[in-house]
Design a protein around this ligand. Structure first.
Ligand code: FUL
Length: 489
């Protein structure tokens, strides 16, 4: 009898933390490689190549290899600046539309090996790999499908070439976290001397179905970016702005790299979309993607960069900020300074999470389980979450501070491993005994940072409407400082 009682007691403990108690996934959910990508949050884009020296944005493809000659190239300087900026990786244009390769590809003469740089023995990708390793950054590669140099562009033979290069890059340079497939495709170019216009049908020509498996085979942990994934989508503009309503899901099958006319959809994602396809927000710290000395006085201002931060990282996206090396082969001093200023502001703004001092209660807790108690949302651990019972789609959580706090910013995060659920939220603050709305919004996803006019309060209540029982992993509360403009545009 005693044994039976112990067994029953053990069984009841076990069932209170078995899968029965756990929320089921909702809709499309991220693959582990996509979850790792979400953690990357902020990283650098590096556009570098002949255009840096010819002062162009899109090289025609006939540039002599001798133009590429950065006298002081130092990938460690890029990596140091990126690391100091708080970035987690660097994605480089291994090959842009002009077809010039920053590594000594075995498949073309149009590369660093025929340039005067390091007497033709240099390899930018190798140097960047080593620098990234030294500074603890991840590496990504951009390999332009459009190649204005290659004679075979437009024929099936070019696809063999493209895939061989992809294999080179993904075999010889260690682990790659992202492969960037650009959407600009076809048009006029050198094409091995033909100097003509070549149009391709980007739905069929590139035969992505046979390129994607190469990346999966060689770099199973890498996410592929393009207008339509397959792992990460473009956000539909190059200004740095995700939409307020931003779903990580999309009906992926309808999209190919370079297919136009869907920018609006890309900005928002699609509620109930068939695939997990989160947005990457790309913009340049300067007007151009490549370095132009004439733009030294047009580096984005700190104010602008902070605004972009709130519209990218703060609106459920990852932020990839382009910092183009100059003709020396260095990040320009003005750009490095601006990166530091952004880091300093963010460090200051998000140093003191007031929520960590709050007592938390909720409208309900999932099956009374300690695992899902509301305090899990303010414990600083994104792996734990506050949850409610299945079937409950409206819920609220209340933070009570020991003393009145002044705040103007709230960060919300969902436990996205089980899907994106929140459709709408309201944040209210208590003043003179009454709760008054200070902000409201729509989607949350991986991270939503909400700004509002400063309030001083002892109580904040966040009310949520979700598509399935909400799983809130993080609530943070801050008083972010004003921005001191330091120049730029
Ligand atoms: C675009 C390209 O055409 C630009 O040159 C740049 O590389 C940008 C990031 O993507 O599609």
């Amino acid at each position: 009898m005693k044994r039976l009682t112990i067994t029953l007691a053990l069984m009841s403990i076990l069932t209170s933390c078995t899968p029965k108690n756990q929320p089921a996934p909702y809709g499309a959910v991220p693959h582990p490689r996509q979850l790792a990508w979400h953690d990357m949050q902020y990283y650098a884009f590096v556009h570098f190549g002949p255009n840096t020296f010819t002062d162009r944005e899109w090289g025609y493809g006939d540039e002599d290899e001798s133009v590429f000659n950065p006298g002081e190239l130092d990938c460690r300087q890029w990596a140091r600046a990126a690391k100091d900026a708080g970035m987690n990786g660097i994605i480089i244009t291994a090959k842009h539309h002009d077809g010039f390769c920053l590594w000594p590809s075995a498949y073309t003469e149009h590369s660093v090996k025929n340039s005067p740089w390091r007497d033709g023995r240099g390899d930018v990708i190798r140097e960047l790999r080593d620098a990234c390793d030294e500074y603890g950054l991840k590496l990504g590669v951009y390999l332009s499908p459009w190649d204005r140099n290659h004679a075979a562009y437009g024929t099936p033979a070019y696809l063999d070439y493209y895939r061989s290069q992809l294999r080179e890059l993904l075999t010889n340079y260690g682990e790659v976290f992202e492969v960037w497939f650009d959407g600009a495709m076809g048009g006029d170019g050198y094409y091995g001397g033909a100097r003509e216009t070549r149009r391709i049908d980007n739905r069929t020509y590139y035969d992505w179905a046979n390129t994607i498996p190469i990346v999966r085979e060689l770099q199973p942990g890498a996410c592929m970016f393009s207008d339509g994934g397959p792992d990460v989508r473009w956000v539909g503009n190059e200004q740095g702005y995700a939409a307020e309503t931003n779903w990580c899901t999309m009906n992926r099958d309808h999209f190919y790299p370079g297919v136009g006319g869907v920018n609006e959809v890309l900005q928002h994602g699609q509620e109930d979309g068939s695939h997990w396809l989160p947005a990457e927000v790309n913009t340049s710290i300067r007007p151009g993607w490549f370095y132009h000395a004439s733009q030294d006085d047009q580096v984005k201002s700190l104010e602008k960069l902070i605004d972009i931060w709130f519209h990218s990282v703060g609106m459920n996206g990852n932020f990839i900020l382009n910092v183009p090396p100059d003709r020396r082969g260095l990040f320009h001093e003005i750009d490095v300074q601006r990166l530091k200023e952004l880091r300093a502001w963010l460090d200051r703004a998000f140093a003191d999470d007031l929520a960590r001092r709050a007592t938390v209660t909720a409208s309900s807790v999932r099956e009374g389980s300690r695992k899902y108690e509301p305090a899990s949302a303010v414990d600083g651990d994104p792996a734990t979450c506050w949850a409610v019972n299945d079937g409950i789609t409206n819920a609220s959580i209340t933070l009570t501070f020991p003393e009145p706090v002044e705040c103007n910013t709230v960060t919300l995060r969902e436990y996205i491993a089980l899907g994106q659920r929140v459709k709408a939220f309201t944040i209210e603050a208590e003043a003179e005994g009454r709760l008054t709305p200070v902000s409201q919004g729509t989607t949350v996803g991986n991270r939503r940072i909400v700004r509002f006019d400063p309030v001083t309060t002892r109580t904040l209540r966040i009310t949520i409407t979700a598509k399935a029982c909400p799983l809130i992993s993080t609530i943070e509360v801050y008083k972010t400082p004003p921005v001191q403009t330091t120049g730029g545009t």
